[in-house]
Design a protein around this ligand. Structure first.
Ligand code: HEM
Length: 399
């Protein structure tokens, strides 16, 4: 509809600052802004906090419909692992396995690992060779990997992580024009990651430990293809989100040495600092997607059935109507309503695990003596071009 003349989206903000377009369209009177995706499809972009919450809680706006290959889409290719449905949550629900995920990621299960993960974070910082050292390779990629091996997927090797991350870089890129990847690279990477897990599945499920993949495989309800899709989805939704977010959060902390000092002086500030990191640090360069199943009136704007709606959680988290002085990092403010994990029925089931890692990283970084600091001016950090999840290529630190 009105999206014909839409702004090209994403806005090309690959680093730690949100593109100025977000603030501009949020300040405009219209509830949503027409955009055009890299696939050439029209979509509605939501940037206001109140509307973001409303859209994400509205059952007429569907995530699983937005994942169907024939739906208008934000990405250059449907995120659809070969032969799989791509919508693993629906697959788990149908198989009656949703509670296995909820149990494994629930508060009690996660709390049991808190001390272990704190120790991992301290250990990784102690093991940094340098100065200078790369905090992305040394902490942001490794801490979630330790957790992924122990809690999600079992004994993957470091060399396998390198390959998995290379495929994920392609899968999560915006494709030709914006990134260094051609559409064929994206398709190949989806195929590789799926084949990788299909091949490794028997060993991972039979290996040591009590991780989620093993628990999902145990009842024998899902076939090998669904299990491989599950593993690949967990790698992308559990590992890559954590690793990307953590890298961005570390950059935020290093740019705010006062906040780190405050945590060092009062470790009770760790949880509030993690919450404010989740509000303040932008991760995705796109939006979370929903497809309108029928007409929806959004404050007078008519979203037609079949329209694609993209919610920028980053823009909503920087809405001055919800968070005063939103572009200032203020640990201790009430950031608890942030949308970093989404909202509504798809609210991130891994949020506790994710928060545990962030808190461990904050505590370890603040407690480390001497405190690491950025070895280059913050604005010289090299960010991955055209990445769906903002990713600094390295985080050089010194001490
Ligand atoms: C969903 C963010 C870590 C598993 C989501 C959503 C967001 C999000 C925003 C909602 C997407 C939507 O509404 O369409 C994050 C961030 C993380 C993180 C920022 C790390 C800092 C994790 C971890 C796991 C996980 C560690 C797994 C163990 C999932 C799954 C979904 C999801 C399975 C899909 C839920 C559904 O469709 O109902 N995540 N996540 N996430 N997350 Fe996370």
């Amino acid at each position: 509809a009105g999206a014909e003349a839409g702004l090209p989206f994403p806005f090309g903000d690959w680093g730690f600052d949100l593109a100025p377009q977000y603030a501009r369209v949020r300040a405009a009177r219209a509830p949503a802004c027409p955009v055009r995706t890299v696939n050439g499809d029209p979509a509605w972009l939501i940037t206001r906090y109140d509307l973001a919450r409303r859209v994400l809680a509205d059952p007429r706006l569907s995530l699983s419909a937005a994942l169907r290959p024939e739906a208008p889409r934000q990405e250059p290719l449907p995120i659809r692992l070969p032969e799989g449905t791509g919508d693993i949550v629906t697959t788990l629900n149908k198989a009656g396995l949703h509670h296995v995920v909820a149990d494994a990621l629930g508060p009690r299960a996660v709390k049991r690992h808190q001390e272990w993960i704190n120790e991992q974070a301290r250990h990784l910082l102690d093991a940094l060779a340098g100065p200078p050292a790369d905090l992305r390779a040394g902490l942001a990629l490794r801490l979630p990997f330790a957790l992924t091996r122990r809690l999600l997927l079992g004994d993957l090797h470091q060399a396998e992580l390198v390959r998995l991350n290379q495929w994920a870089d392609a899968i999560l890129s915006w494709g030709p024009g914006l990134s260094r990847y051609a559409t064929a690279d994206l398709a190949a990477a989806q195929e590789h990651i799926y084949r990788f897990f299909l091949h490794r599945l028997p060993d991972l499920a039979a290996g040591s430990g009590d991780h989620l993949l093993k628990r999902i495989a145990a009842p024998g309800v899902l076939d090998q293809r669904d299990l491989a899709v599950f593993a690949a989805s967990m790698f992308l939704a559990g590992y890559r989100t954590s690793a990307s977010f953590l890298a961005g959060a570390l950059v935020t902390l290093l740019r705010h040495p006062d906040a780190l000092r405050a945590v060092r002086d009062d470790p009770a500030l760790v949880p509030a600092t993690a919450q404010e990191l989740l509000r303040y640090t932008p991760m995705a360069t796109g939006g979370v997607k929903r497809l309108a199943m029928r007409e929806v009136d959004l404050d007078g704007l008519v979203i037609k059935a079949g329209d694609l709606v993209l919610v920028s959680l980053e823009a909503a988290n920087h809405d001055p109507a919800a968070f005063p002085d939103p572009d200032t990092f203020t640990p201790g403010r009430d950031a608890s309503g942030h949308l970093g994990f989404g909202h509504g029925s798809h609210f991130c089931p891994g949020n506790r695990l994710a928060r545990m890692q962030i808190e461990a990283a904050v505590a370890a970084l603040a407690g480390h003596s001497p405190t690491p600091r950025l070895a280059v001016p913050a604005h010289d950090l090299p960010w991955m071009h055209g990445a769906g999840f903002r990713t600094p290529q390295t985080i050089p630190v010194t001490w």
